[in-house]
Ligand binder design. Sequence first.
Ligand SMILES: Cc1ncc(COP(=O)(O)O)c(CNCCCC(=O)O)c1O
Length: 423
Amino acid sequence: MTSSEELHKRRGAAVARGVGSVIPAYVATASGGTITDVDGREWIDFAAGIAVTNVGNSAPAVVEAVRAQVERFTHTCFMVAPYESYVAVCEQLNALTPGGFEKRSALFNSGAEAVENAVKIARHATGRPAVVVFDHAYHGRTNLTMALTAKNMPYKHRFGPFAGEIHRVPMSYPLRDGGLDGATAAARAIELVEKQVGAENVAALLIEPIQGEGGFVVPAPGFLPALREWATTAGVVFVADEIQTGFCRTGDWFACQHEGVEPDLITLAKGIAGGLPLAAVTGRAELMDAVHVGGLGGTYGGNPIACAAALAAIETMHELDLAGAARQIEAVLGARLRAIAARDPRIAEVRGRGAMLAVEIVVPGSLTPDPVATAAISAACHAAGLLTLTCGTYGNVLRFLPPLVISADELHRGLDILDAAFG
Ligand SMILES: Cc1ncc(COP(=O)(O)O)c(CNCCCC(=O)O)c1O
């Protein structure tokens, strides 16, 4: 088999350098919480393909469902010749997502595409142009989602001009906003919207219940409910971007459920289909159905193979109680992270929920971000066979996203490597 070194040389001559990779190892197989590369080296997986393989890599039910579907038909385009699995996925999403009201769903391919369509739907339904987003937000790499995303490098640099009518307000970031309580942080954001945009001009407020790429920022309790209440009063569509937090990742099926927040629209992707590319917008029927026939769609949206995978993945989440598994991972992972933080002054905060946890790394005795130390710790994990990811506006957050089916042995071996990497 070709070695990682040989593949890396070929890659340099074939793949645009803009597409990076965290490790220079090329995957041969993967299952559960372990990846094996073409050189036979095993990696304990604390990344899950960026919160995608919640049910594990090549989950048995997903493999079986995909195999059966691909032999029947691969693609007809739902807008041309529809098929049951697309409808069945929408029925599942309508039932599973927060909110007892009547819902509709539409399926797409990527998270960014889902976010784009949530904005389309909100603007169409309200007749308003403005979209409110938050500091540290991440929503994708298309033109509109770059405009919605906060961090310039690497996501936005030299890719403008960007779509208009996007308005950014402060996020609740307790470590860095002086510990504002949720209601106060929400009032600060709302005042800016009302004074600088005008609530009557706002189609949607778009927020990640726990921010992902921006640094696993967990808003103070009460922040999301206060924004939800304001949006209801102002006639603003409350859009929860649960692309990274969804499908049992945070210990609930969806992170909004932690504070009983019911979004008008919710964007979904990543964990939805066990690794197959699928995304969705699910929300209030009166909003989703406000769009004229033909106003939503795309060639591959809701591909039948991805839909078969999603139905199997959702069934697996139920059968294995993966929301409960995420809470069990939090108990072990969180305790170990707090023990490391107790001895290492570089860790300013341990935060997150379920199997979406992170540590923020600073210069000891300050809140000055230390991205260099963060990268060095992550590199030490990689050198010892633990696949970790960093994130954050300042590049100083080490994040942990293990598959929710990771075994206790894999989890503990990964934590031993992490512990040693902190020295
Ligand atoms: C909340 C939230 N919304 C939207 C998206 C975008 O989803 P796509 O499927 O990557 O388009 C994400 C994707 N996050 C990982 C992006 C990694 C990278 O591109 O460097 C997200 O987390």
